[in-house]
Design a protein around this ligand. Structure first.
Ligand SMILES: C[S@@+](CC[C@H](N)C(=O)[O-])C[C@H]1O[C@@H](n2cnc3c(N)ncnc32)[C@H](O)[C@@H]1O
Length: 472
């Protein structure tokens, strides 16, 4: 960047223009628009400059340039037709560190004047740094036709309205959303275009009232169980919620972190046993949001991984409800980390696949052949009931009987229980396990021996004997 674009405040600040012709007149005009206190020095003056002097808009000094004219000036424009005079002015101004522009001479100038599109208070400045003035002009012309005239008016009334918006909408994100919606509303522009400013202001006020009255939904992933795995954003939203609709998998420790006055509603799901039907959950989200509530939809793990988050959002979109999505740590990440089983490892697994053991009645079959390939890790969610089928299919398609498998029950919680075995005994390993269980199949499971660190009984951290670690 050859120049730093800045917008300078010149209101009531003394500025000097040397030269009295057409070009000087244009520069004076711009400086006056910015409210500058303008003095013009020249041997002769354009008639319009004389008019401005008569109207006391500018001071004029008839004569040649002298250094003392620079006293107290903020900014100087040399617009004479004499190159030597212009150069002298530039040298004097530079030696006093006063910003100087020499018309059509970027080399002598310490600032240049851009092409501008003026929709005050919106101003677009374009400069090619003196390299391609025609190109800059063409860009300006394009922008002139793109930016409607009423945009300045829009910016002005927005500025007047800002304080009220700030008072009404407490958070930055709410305010941002309000403004984005407002400026995206074509109706506002049309009103201003027709000069109906009162109606435009009424529309802004009405939108603000609606924004306050309208609730929204945050689809929040609560992670696999350990409350300290919640994201900061999840926690913030839980603390601001009016209503929280939560799943069975969300632990009571996590629910304890929800704002005390919020309504907690269980819509828990277990494969085949839905406490509240999904369609009813969807309806409830919409109903509460339409009541103006801040709704948090809290789901175990991550909402977009076997969490039906997408289906709920589609319902919100259909009802025009605002929403946001906060990712959570999915069971595969949480459980594998807390069991010391890296899901990939350069020696054992170059890919990892997440599949669900529970599918829609008419759901598609899994591609067992692809899932049986060696050197990949298979993570099965909701797979306990289907353990026998998983075992048979993988063996049938060539996965080794000795392939290590891990069942992680209630992973990351104080009740975490890990069972490790081989693929040909998978269907036997889960007997007696209750609660959420994740199955990890693949060579990486053997690393648990060496890498497990989480001991729920002893308050998380497992103290390891370095001698045993080396033997493992
Ligand atoms: C309906 S899926 C929800 C998955 C969730 N959206 C996620 O990203 O983790 C439920 C399944 O996730 C797995 N799961 C979730 N939390 C778990 C945990 N703490 N320990 C073990 N498995 C868990 C189990 O396989 C459980 O049956």
């Amino acid at each position: 960047m050859d120049y730093l674009p800045i917008f300078t405040k010149l209101e009531n600040r003394p500025c000097l223009v040397i030269g009295g012709g057409e070009i000087a007149l244009r520069k004076v005009h711009l400086l006056l628009k910015a409210g500058a206190d303008v003095t013009v020095c020249s041997l002769a003056f354009h008639a319009k400059l004389l008019e401005k002097a008569d109207a006391k808009q500018v001071k004029i000094i008839k004569g040649t340039f002298s250094d003392e004219l620079l006293d107290n000036k903020w900014l100087v424009i040399a617009a004479t037709s004499d190159k030597e005079v212009n150069q002298h002015i530039a040298e004097c101004a530079n030696s006093r560190q006063i910003l100087v522009n020499v018309v059509d001479n970027p080399v002598l100038s310490s600032f240049i004047m851009p092409s501008i599109v003026d929709r005050s208070p919106i101003i677009v400045a374009i400069s090619s740094g003196g390299k391609a003035p025609v190109l800059a002009r063409l860009i300006r012309e394009r922008l002139e036709s793109l930016l409607p005239m009423h945009i300045g008016r829009l910016a002005t009334i927005s500025g007047e309205f800002r304080h009220q918006v700030k008072k009404t909408l407490k958070s930055v994100s709410l305010r941002r959303r309000y403004w984005e919606k407002l400026f995206g509303n074509g109706q506002l522009g049309q009103l201003l275009q027709r000069g109906q400013t009162d109606k435009a202001i009424a529309l802004m006020t009405q939108s603000l009232t609606e924004e306050v009255a309208k609730g929204d939904v945050a689809l929040v992933g609560a992670g696999p169980g350990d409350p300290s795995l919640l994201t900061l954003k999840a926690l913030q939203l839980m603390q601001q919620a009016d209503v929280v609709l939560y799943d069975r998998l969300v632990s009571s420790e996590i629910l304890d972190l929800v704002r005390r006055d919020a309504d907690l509603i269980s819509v828990g799901k277990e494969a085949g046993n839905h406490e509240v039907e999904q369609s009813r959950t969807n309806e409830m989200l919409v109903e509460y949001a339409l009541q103006g509530k801040k709704v948090v939809r809290l789901k175990g793990g991550d909402s977009f991984i076997f969490g039906r988050g997408g289906e709920e959002l589609e319902e919100l979109v259909a009802s025009n409800i605002d929403f946001q999505v906060v990712p959570g740590i999915t069971a595969a990440s949480g459980c594998s980390a807390y069991a010391g089983i890296p899901l990939t490892h350069r020696d054992y697994a170059q890919s990892v696949t997440f599949v669900t053991g529970h599918r829609k009645q008419d759901g598609k079959q899994l591609d067992w052949k692809a899932l049986a390939i060696k050197n990949q890790t298979l993570v099965v969610y909701m797979g306990l009931i289907q353990a026998e089928e998983i075992q048979q299919q993988l063996l049938h398609y060539g996965r080794g009987a000795e392939t290590p498998v891990a069942l992680i029950n209630k992973g990351t919680t104080a009740d975490q229980h890990v069972v490790i075995g081989k693929l040909d005994e998978l269907s036997q390993l889960g007997g007696g396990l209750k609660g959420p269980t994740l199955i990890i199949i693949g060579e990486v499971v053997c690393l648990a021996d060496k890498l497990s660190w989480f001991n729920p009984e002893q308050g998380h951290k497992l103290s390891r004997d370095p001698f045993l670690v080396n033997l493992a």
